[in-house]
Design a protein around this ligand. Structure first.
Ligand code: HXC
Length: 517
């Protein structure tokens, strides 16, 4: 064998060794835990044969606690780039088979390298997290590594999309990298996220809590809102990343990809003309409206089980990505509260960062009253959504289906918040407040003095409803651009978005705004 061929053989052997991460025994253990290895995950995520790995031969430099005797090529993370549906992405997958995927100084350098590459070329970064946190033997160097990553997460925010999947432990300060990214996906049963684990919780607060109850996928996708998606397992999480990527552009200077659309743009759904119930306080399901409007009824919902009174997610109109924000009358009557406001606000800002038009479907009775909300800072949270809509410069199409009252009317992408096209259905009620509440304020004294107070209030309510609870009052002032037949909504939205494709609006130059956090 020539010496060159020997060297090639040596390379092949080294690559083979590196591909085994922490070794076959550790891989078997990973499978026993119900988890895929880092490389298996990357293979599932990327187009076949597209993965280009970097830094396969990197090893840690730590000599504390005899670490020099224990090192693995690649050092706990697999990094590189590849394509999803032919589009470039950068990826890192923490390798739990090497020191529990714990973050060393060199591992952080590997992650930072691909983040820097992604920023240079303008491509999304996808992080597959499965790690025991800072590599304890490396002390402060591991902490510095985390901080280097966080700084890059911050600089990349709004420039390239960042997606995190949590496919194992993610604890301590490590949670902040996913939290800084645009979307966090957690796989049920194998993942958890918390700042301090159950043992520390017990010591500090005396509370007994399991890992799952403290920071499992269920908790973060329903109670805290930290996770945008909870999937049944790791494989489903990776499929979800692919679906998500299909809706978003490569970076803030590009548009989302356009897909061929076989759903007729002028498809009319007769059912929409009758979907609003006769009784004003009766609910209908906003999912049915979304399904009837978007291409092929396909909707990728974000944060489905958190603040269900508002629905957010991605869909397409004539093949073009949009972000949908819709009140859900079926849940808490579609009221806006703290959680619904912050959920929708973050989504609106994501869409605005990445040139994705926003379609808002409005049926909102107002903000949820009470001390629970006020003590929770609903003023600030509501202001977040107001701010997000008001600063957004992407095309904004708003359709009011039924209620749109008071402050919540303004917040939900009204004309004066630079709504580009504001349509209303004939069933819309755009007013300062609902009829019953309004007449109680205006006619309380008159009703009290009357023989039949109820009859007085009912008569005044009917008068108020006739005068104010319709779309024409707003249309009279041009606050609504047109009152449309519900079944034509899909066509009107598509035509509107086509008009707005060349929209050019810029906010005044500033360092950055001061959104009420
Ligand atoms: C070094 C670690 C490690 C760590 C795990 N390992 N975590 N090595 N540093 N942080 C090693 C284990 O020693 C073990 O090595 C292998 O990884 C697998 O771990 P197991 O414990 O056998 O696995 P499992 O039973 O599944 O438990 C996983 C775990 C547990 C829950 C993650 O390992 C654990 O509690 N680790 C410590 C978590 C932690 O406290 N991290 C530091 C948090 S502070 P061998 O050689 O036996 O296979 C922090 C600060 C970050 O992260 C701040 C950022 C700003």
């Amino acid at each position: 064998m020539s010496s060159q061929l020997e060297k090639v053989q040596e390379l092949i052997a080294l690559r083979k060794e590196a591909a085994l991460g922490g070794g076959q025994k550790a891989i078997d253990k990973q499978h026993e835990r119900g988890k895929m290895t880092a490389r298996e995950r990357i293979n599932q995520l990327l187009d076949e044969g597209s993965f280009e790995e970097y830094d396969m031969f990197v090893r840690h430099r730590c000599t504390n606690f005899g670490q020099e005797k224990k090192s693995f090529p690649g050092d706990g993370v697999v990094t590189g780039c590849g394509t999803i549906g032919g589009r470039l992405v950068y990826v890192f997958a923490q390798d739990f088979t090497v020191f529990g995927g714990s973050l060393s100084e060199t591992m952080a350098q590997k992650i930072c390298k691909i983040m820097d590459m992604a920023m240079k070329v303008g491509a999304p970064v996808i992080g597959l997290n499965d790690s025991g946190g800072a590599r304890i033997q490396e002390g402060i160097n591991a902490l510095a590594g985390y901080a280097e990553i966080f700084q890059r997460n911050i600089m990349a925010s709004g420039v390239i999309p960042q997606i995190s999947a949590i496919l194992g432990p993610c604890a301590g300060g490590a949670v902040y990298s996913p939290a800084l990214t645009d979307f966090t996906i957690m796989a049920k049963g194998i993942s958890y996220m918390f700042l301090t684990g159950p043992k520390v919780v017990k010591t500090v607060t005396g509370e007994d809590v399991t890992q799952e109850a403290l920071g499992g996928a269920q908790v973060h996708s329903t109670k805290s809102g930290v996770a945008h998606f909870a999937t049944e397992n790791g494989e489903e999480a990776i499929e979800l990343i692919k679906a998500l990527v299909s809706f978003i552009p490569q970076n803030n200077l590009e548009e989302a990809p356009i897909y061929p659309c076989n759903d007729p743009v002028d498809r009319m759904d007769e059912a929409l003309n009758e979907i609003i119930p006769e009784a004003a306080n009766k609910a209908y399901d906003m999912y049915n409206v979304i399904g009837a409007l978007v291409d092929n009824g396909q909707f990728l919902e974000v944060q489905r089980n958190f603040a269900r009174n508002i629905i957010i997610g991605f869909a397409r109109f004539n093949g073009r990505s949009v972000g949908i924000v819709a009140n859900q009358p079926k849940y808490l009557a579609g009221v806006l509260d703290s959680n619904a406001s912050r959920k929708a606000a973050r989504f609106v800002r994501f869409c605005d960062c990445f040139n994705i038009p926003i379609v808002s479907l409005v049926d909102v009775p107002g903000f949820l009253p009470g001390t629970g909300q006020e003590y929770n800072g609903v003023i600030l949270h509501g202001a977040k959504l107001l701010y997000a809509y008001g600063e957004a410069t992407v095309p904004k199409v708003t359709v009011t289906l039924r209620k749109s009252y008071g402050g919540s009317h303004i917040v939900m992408s009204c004309k004066q918040l630079r709504g580009d096209l504001n349509y209303a259905w004939p069933s819309a009620e755009i007013a300062v407040m609902g009829g019953a509440g309004a007449v109680e304020v205006l006619y309380a004294k008159e009703a009290k003095d009357a023989e039949d107070p109820k009859a007085v209030l009912a008569e005044k309510e009917a008068e108020y409803n006739k005068l104010f609870c319709n779309p024409y009052n707003a249309a009279k002032y041009g606050y609504i651009d047109d009152v449309i037949e519900p079944k034509t909504t899909r066509f009107r939205i598509i035509r509107g978005l086509e008009q707005l494709a060349t929209k050019r609006v810029q906010n005044p130059p500033k360092k950055h705004g001061n959104i009420p956090l």
